[in-house]
Design a protein around this ligand. Structure first.
Ligand code: BG6
Ligand code: MG
Length: 217
């Protein structure tokens, strides 16, 4: 197969923002008297903001109206954006800039496929916006992963068919989303956490795109 487009998840692939999501959610959970720990936070990876809050409410055995949920999600986001505003390019995960730059030199088009509505701000703070040809974020899609919408839109905007694209993902829902869209998936993480991915690497530092393509076939 000749691949033309590479689509990258943001959180956990390009930058570790999960720790900031955790701090912001924990603040809010504590305010609401809900016990929330790092293990619970794993359940929120790759999940939309509203759904994340619903999971926290479920953990606390609480229910809320849609208006209340919206209020608290906005409050959490204010705290989260406070952390994001302090991000610098030092927090880009190892090997990311080299991988993306090399892939561009090899002729691939690159897209971001993230559930985060803060993705443009994060790329801006990391100073890597120009490395991407296409940006698909949480403001452009309505269906969360494992629905493939975030990735199929990325392929559509790059002008490639779905089987010409490879997805890079650290969340199980993201691997499933790639497959649901007819794309191959590179799992960033351990095989036991990301069953089904065509290949697993610990991070983008580990292998250049040529080697990945040779392995996934
Ligand atoms: C995903 C994260 O990338 O974006 C989730 O993995 C997060 O943890 C989601 O909830 C939505 O992010 P945001 O920035 O729009 O609240
Ligand atoms: Mg992720």
């Amino acid at each position: 197969m000749s691949y033309k487009g590479l689509i990258f998840d943001l959180d956990g692939v390009i930058v570790d923002t999960a720790k900031y999501h955790y701090l912001a959610w924990k603040d809010l959970a504590n305010e609401l008297g809900i016990d929330f720990n790092e293990k619970d936070n794993e359940r929120l990876k790759g999940v939309s903001r509203t759904r994340s809050f619903e999971i926290i409410l479920e953990i606390g055995g609480r229910t809320m109206s849609d208006e209340e949920k919206e209020f608290y999600c906005a409050k959490k986001n204010d705290v989260y954006v406070g952390y994001i505003n302090k991000l610098t390019k030092d927090e880009i995960l190892p090997g990311v800039v080299e991988f993306l730059t090399h892939a561009r030199e090899q002729g691939y088009k690159l897209a971001l496929g993230s559930a985060s509505k803060n993705a443009p701000l994060i790329l801006d703070k990391l100073e890597i916006t120009p490395l991407f040809d296409v940006l698909i974020d949480g403001t452009k899609v309505s269906k969360p992963k494992p629905d493939p919408e975030v990735f199929t839109r990325g392929a559509d905007e790059m002008g490639f068919s779905y089987d010409e694209c490879i997805v890079f993902e650290d969340a199980l829902a993201g691997i499933e989303a790639a497959h649901n869209g007819g794309m191959k998936a590179v799992g960033i993480g351990l095989p036991e956490n990301l069953p089904g991915a065509e290949i697993h690497i610990p991070g983008l530092f580990a292998m250049p795109i040529e080697e990945i393509v040779a392995k996934i076939g």
